[in-house]
Write a protein that binds this ligand. Structure first.
Ligand SMILES: Cc1cc2nc3c(=O)[nH]c(=O)nc-3n(C[C@H](O)[C@H](O)[C@H](O)COP(=O)(O)OP(=O)(O)OC[C@H]3O[C@@H](n4cnc5c(N)ncnc54)[C@H](O)[C@@H]3O)c2cc1C
Length: 414
């Protein structure tokens, strides 16, 4: 019987970015190396200080399944239940004139403050003895036998560098300069917060409101309940503060926000606006000799809506497995890392198709009949839930939606 010879990886792995993808990759590398009895050194370079809430990563903070299992089973990290502020079991989907509630009691998501998740994960990494350098990585040098990572602190030398830098433009251009990497396409997002009176928060318990307005500049919007406030976000190619203000005046949004007092008279509603971006395509050259990227940096997320944290953790774990069991060459990453992420990659065209279809239907005011049809058609209701909650691949959503019976229900409701 022939024994498969595996390269014995020993050495230093530097991860640029200590968000969900970077921390998951570091923890997976450490536990896998221990299992394989290999000595490795891992360093995370993270430019932000999460402790004391000095910096943050822009996010609504909804953790989707199977994140609890990934943390506990794949990384041996207890899921931080104590940080969760809301259990999300329902989505209320709004179009111009209709709304529908879709629910799954069995597989809830959890809303928390993203800054607290990042603090928890980075603290866990440090408690397990993984080196964290608080500085930005500013440049790279690729050699045949090593990579040099220049930071705002000391330079580092590694056998392989993992790009877990999200959609940071400076980091993307650093990789673009030295490799064939090209960042993914992205969609802009504006976030703001509203503080209802404490007694009004109950009305929002357990449900995320998702909106599909027919304005060409807004692809979707959402209102997510947190402990004592509502996080409101919109997404689109060029969203800005004016579009957010316009969104807040839409009848479908105002109806949901119909609080006892008008928002403007509530002194806690300061209306600060925050900006972020979501990837909507796979990055080009997301791996090569001695480097690979994970999470948002790789564009390894759903093409339309949600689950970015869970996907970043998944790709971080897969990166660790590839480095330790297969190697650090472009070929190894092509054969193993790319294949391991096929669930995400194969779903991208379906996600893009649903995105374009939703934009077109919204533009022509045709989403109302879809929601009316879903009231009577269980398959369509399930498809809507899966699309909005990110609980199933878009391929399943497409297969459920394009059945003759479902299409006929929509036509009848036109
Ligand atoms: C408005 C908005 C709302 C969202 N809401 C949700 C949600 O509710 N649920 C969900 O699952 N996903 C959500 N997402 C998506 C989610 O935030 C991302 O998919 C996820 O954070 C990706 O993780 P990551 O580790 O790849 O990158 P990031 O979380 O972006 O982490 C990258 C890290 O790298 C660091 N970094 C970057 N460059 C350097 C450098 N040169 N040197 C040192 N450090 C560096 C950054 O400081 C950062 O900490 C949202 C996104 C946006 C924009």
């Amino acid at each position: 019987m022939s024994r498969v010879k595996r390269p014995k990886f020993k050495g230093h792995i530097v991860i640029i970015g200590g968000g969900p993808g970077g921390t998951a990759c570091a923890l997976a590398l450490q536990s896998l190396a221990a299992e394989m009895e290999r000595e490795i050194k891992i360093t995370i370079v993270e430019g932000k200080l999460f402790t004391g809430e000095q910096h943050y990563n822009q996010c609504i903070g909804v953790l989707s399944p199977p994140l609890p299992q990934l943390l506990e089973e794949a990384l041996g990290v207890p899921f931080p239940d104590y940080l969760c502020q809301r259990t999300i079991k329902r989505y209320i989907l709004h179009t111009e004139n209709e709304h529908i509630t879709v629910a799954d009691e069995e597989n809830p998501s959890f809303a928390l403050r993203r800054i607290q998740y990042d603090t928890y994960m980075l603290k866990t990494v440090q408690e397990r003895g993984i080196n964290v350098v608080h500085a930005r990585a500013v440049d790279l040098e690729f050699h045949q036998d090593r990579v040099v990572i220049y930071t705002e602190n000391l330079p580092l030398e590694a056998e392989v560098v993992v790009g877990a830098f999200g959609l940071d433009e400076g980091s993307a251009s650093m990789f673009t300069r030295h490799t064939s990497y090209q960042p993914p396409q992205a969609l802009g997002s504006i976030v703001t917060k509203v503080h209802p009176q404490p007694e009004e928060m109950g009305d929002f318990a357990m449900g995320i409101h998702a909106f599909l307005p027919c304005h060409p500049g807004i692809e979707f919007g959402g209102i997510t309940p947190k402990e004592n406030y509502l996080a409101i976000n919109i997404a689109g190619g060029n969203v800005d503060t004016n579009l957010m203000k316009y969104f807040l005046t839409l009848p479908m949004v105002k109806k949901v926000l119909s609080l006892q007092k008008p928002l403007s008279t509530n002194h806690r509603n300061d209306f600060h606006f925050f900006k972020g971006r979501f990837p909507t395509s796979l990055a080009k050259g997301y791996y090569g000799d001695r480097y690979l990227t994970v999470g948002d940096a790789a564009g390894l997320v759903r093409a339309f809506k949600g689950k970015g944290i869970t996907s970043a953790v998944q790709s971080g774990i897969r990166a660790a497995e590839t480095i330790l069991t297969v190697g650090t060459t472009k070929k190894a990453f092509h054969n193993h890392y790319r294949t391991a992420n096929q669930d995400i990659i194969r779903d991208l065209p379906y996600g893009r198709a649903i995105r374009l279809l939703t934009i077109a239907l919204a533009r022509f005011h045709l989403l109302d009949p879809v929601l009316r049809a879903a009231e009577e058609n269980q398959q369509l209701r399930t498809a809507l839930f899966e699309a909005v909650s990110a609980h199933a691949p878009y391929r399943d959503v497409v297969q459920r939606s394009f059945r003759p019976h479902t299409l006929w229900s929509i036509l009848r409701n036109l």
